[in-house]
Design a protein around this ligand. Structure first.
Ligand SMILES: *Cc1c(COP(=O)(O)O)cnc(C)c1O
Length: 362
């Protein structure tokens, strides 16, 4: 059936490559949000912890809670905590990122009410992505507020909007300038060492001189960095495979799938795979958009993808019911498949459905 193979030795390889790109004094924050980019957050986090990662990061509180419950000891920051999840976040010793005045005020009131120990805090500033973050214009006010006894300020960071774009990138240059300025202003206010960070995976490859004290890597740990040259240094961690459920013979003129998405121009052999929308095979991958790999050959998805299945044209391929098919992985790189399907590796990887069995290879 369907399997998502997860190769921890490849994770280790990517970890080592990233460590080689940063200074020994720069810490590496491993991003394991969204089930570690669709793989298995607990296995990946345990492996990264064993490799000596400095800190882990998730997007939302529930993801951090699951890791703490699984016994992860390494510090875990929560990038985008929601207002109503802050009590739980603190209860589980997760580290909140404050990105708005509303979040920072709520954290402060929780610290006052509960006389909790100082809350480990990260501050996120918006330098141009215009998604989340304090305006850089209020840096003094926010950083001063973080200096109270209620907080233990750990880091101050921002996020680039186009770190993979060929340099010079106008948006990144502007953001880097703003970040340097807010770093200068913050340093005058903070009383102890605070880590500054700006780079995600592609940023580590493209802007290594701006690594400051830490970098945050997600996609590169899983084998991709948004550029063929950088991808070549990494190894894909996940491989999605399936098996042929049935092969049907279709006569010229007959159609395949819902709404007659494909019309046979010749007599054809159609193989059905047990992978559909619910497993991460997007509707837009149908109608010939993407190809899968079978017995060393490439075959296109024909017709519309269904909820639980998709069909491929195997007329010219020597294959049988029960044969293994690779959707993405080694013969068929996730980056290339994503591109053919008008998406990016992040979406393809993180969309693999929960009913696909995860197989961990140590
Ligand atoms: C997801 C995320 C990252 C990781 O980005 P990659 O491109 O996967 O390395 C880094 N920083 C923040 C704030 C993120 O949300």
């Amino acid at each position: 059936m369907n399997k998502l193979h997860i190769y921890l030795s490849h994770l280790e390889h990517n970890f080592t490559v990233l460590k080689g790109l940063i200074k020994p004094s720069t810490s590496l924050i491993g991003v394991v949000k969204a089930s570690a980019y669709g793989t298995d957050a607990v296995s990946i986090a345990l492996c990264l912890e064993a490799l000596g990662i400095d800190r882990l990061a998730v997007a939302y509180t529930a993801e951090g809670v699951a890791l703490k419950k699984a016994g992860i000891k390494c510090p875990i920051m929560v990038f985008y905590p929601q207002h109503e999840s802050l009590e739980t976040l603190l209860e589980y010793n997760l580290e909140p990122v404050a990105y708005s005045v509303r979040i920072l005020n709520k954290l402060q009131s929780l610290a006052v009410d509960n006389t909790l120990k100082p809350i480990p805090l990260h501050l996120k500033f918006n330098t141009g992505l215009n998604r989340l973050g304090f305006a850089s214009s209020i840096v003094e006010e926010i950083v001063s507020k973080s200096q109270s006894d209620y907080f233990n300020l750990i880091s101050i960071y921002s996020h680039l909007a186009a770190s993979e774009e060929q340099r010079p990138s106008q948006i990144c240059e502007t953001q880097i300038e703003k970040f340097l300025e807010l770093k200068r202003k913050s340093k005058k206010i903070v009383s102890k060492t605070v880590a500054f960070h700006l780079l995600n995976s592609s940023g580590i490859f493209n802007y290594s001189e701006h690594q400051h004290d830490a970098v945050r890597s997600g996609i590169a740990l899983y084998g991709f960095a948004n550029h063929p040259e950088w991808d070549a240094m990494l190894k894909p961690v996940s491989q999605l495979t399936s098996t042929i459920l049935q092969i049907v013979s279709v006569k010229k003129g007959e159609t395949v799938g819902y709404n007659s998405g494909w019309v046979a121009q010749h007599d054809a052999q159609i193989a059905t795979l047990p992978l559909g929308h619910a497993d991460g095979i997007s509707r837009q991958f149908g109608l010939g958009k993407i190809q899968v790999s079978i017995n060393g050959k490439k075959a296109s998805i024909v017709g519309n993808v269904c909820m639980d299945m998709c069909m491929i044209d195997v007329t010219k391929i020597d294959c049988h019911e029960g044969d293994e098919v690779e959707l993405f992985g080694f013969k068929n790189s996730a980056e290339k498949v994503a591109k053919s399907g008008d998406t990016i590796s992040y979406e393809l990887l993180s969309n693999v459905g929960q009913r696909v069995e995860r197989i961990i290879h140590r």
